[in-house]
Design a binder for this molecule. Sequence first.
Ligand SMILES: [Fe+2]
Ligand SMILES: [Fe+2]
Length: 188
Amino acid sequence: MSELLKKLNEYLNGLPIKLQDHLHRTAKLGRELSILHEVNEEKVFVSCIAHDIAKKLNNDEILEESIQNKLTISFEEEKSPILMHGPLAAFWLRKKFKCKDQEIIDSVFFHTTGRPYMSQIEKVVFLADKVEPKKVESNPDLLEVLDVCQSDLDLAIFKYLEMKIRQLLNQGVIIHPLAIEARNFYMK
Ligand SMILES: [Fe+2]
Ligand SMILES: [Fe+2]
C-alpha cells in the first residue's frame, strides 16, 4: 500500500495545483470520516488521493483514452465524457499503478455517481470528495450534508444526491442513471 501511495504522490506532482489541493483536502476529510465511522483509513486515504487522477484530461481526451482502452461507455457517458473520469482513473490505477485492491478500485470507479450497495470505503470516499472544505465554502448548502456525514453516511449520500440531481435537472444536463439508482437506494 505504501508503494502505491508513493507512486501516486509522484504522479500528483505533475497534476495542476488546484487538482492536487482538492485531492489532499479530500484525503484529509476522508481520513477524519474513516476514523469516526471505523472504516479502513489507509484504503480510504489512497482512494481519495487517486480518485481524480484522470481529471487533468479534457472531455475529448477522456473519451479517446476510454475508447482506446476498450472501457464500457454508456450513451450518457458518451454524451458527457466527464462522467468517465472515475472509471478511467480506476482503469489507470489497475494498469499503470498496479493496484490490486478491488475496494480501492471500486471507490475510485464510482466516486462521481455513487451506486446502490456501496461499501463503507466507497461511501466515505464519495462523501469526502463532495463536501471537502473548498466545496462547502463555494456552496454553503453542502454544510448540511457535511453535518450529516458525522452521524449517518447513508443519509448524507441521499441528501447530497437529492440536491445534486435537482441542480442537474435545473441546468438541463445529463444525469447518470447510477446517481438516480443510488439516490433511490439510500432513501429511507
Ligand atoms: Fe471526480
Ligand atoms: Fe474530486
